[in-house]
Ligand binder design. Structure first.
Ligand code: PEP
Length: 250
């Protein structure tokens, strides 16, 4: 049985005060439960403070991206050891917004995935097709290629603890959710690719999230699907009430 994992991607939203107020508000709403793991991925300036604050709560903290090198002349970047040094446990890698606006490629995502494992961070590896690719019936091919490239050179032991997030680009922040059946079909295809790359047992242990306009009203149906093991949530993760409701649905 895979335990669902609900991760909130705050993107570039919230001031420091708002971030702290969110966690304070969550304290009364989020109960410790075995039903789901929960992760919040705030903007980088609040990571350390939220790691401290999250100790009172059943929630872990993740970063939204990172550089693959440990240190160097890379102005503006944050390294895996820096994340570890403030207690971060997860890192979102290859989000479609990073691919679209910051030139991330399957190759750079692969370097970051390798680095995350080297530094004991759990990567949330994002894959997903554009609307054009879906309309061309290219979803399975695109997503399979992204998964193969992201996991190139990663051992089965490491891969088994990875999280994969299937996020169709056309469903992110648009209010358009893939149907639960369509999302489940692609998550199943991802699991088949992972079984080919590694083994059936590794593929069965890897948690695959769906992301794209997930909200309290559609999470239950998505989580009832056989191959959907959680959600990566943008907009609906910004409100403590709705984030708690998503976590409770796990
Ligand atoms: C995301 O940012 O990964 C995402 C899925 O956003 P939203 O839930 O707002 O569509």
């Amino acid at each position: 049985m895979r335990k669902p994992i609900i991760a909130g991607n705050w993107k570039m939203y919230k001031t420091s005060d708002e971030a702290v107020a969110f966690v304070d508000a969550l304290a009364g709403k989020l109960k410790a439960t075995d039903k789901a793991d929960t992760v919040i991925c705030p903007p980088a300036p609040y990571l350390a403070a939220l790691v401290e604050k999250s100790k009172e709560l059943p929630v872990q903290i993740g970063a939204q991206t990172m550089h693959e090198e440990v240190e160097g002349a890379f102005t503006g970047e944050i390294s895996p050891t820096m994340l570890k040094s403030v207690g971060v446990e997860f890192v979102i890698l290859g989000h479609s917004e990073r691919r679209q606006y910051f030139n991330e490629t399957d190759e750079s995502v692969n370097r970051k995935v390798k680095s995350a494992f080297e530094h004991n961070l759990t990567p949330i590896v994002c894959v997903g097709e554009s609307l054009e690719q879906r309309e061309d019936n290219a979803t399975a091919a695109i997503v399979s290629e992204q998964v193969k490239k992201a996991f190139a050179g990663i051992s089965e032991t490491d891969a088994s603890s990875a999280i994969v997030a299937y996020e169709p680009i056309w469903a992110i922040g648009t209010g358009r959710t893939a149907t639960a059946e369509d999302a489940n079909e692609v998550c199943g295809q991802i699991r088949e690719v992972l079984a080919e790359l590694y083994s059936e047992s590794a593929a069965q242990s890897i948690r695959i999230q769906y992301g794209g306009s997930v909200k309290p009203g559609n999470i239950k149906e998505l989580l009832s699907m056989s191959d959907i093991d959680g959600a990566l949530v943008g907009g609906a993760s910004l409100d403590p009430e709705s984030f708690a409701a998503l976590a409770e649905a796990g």
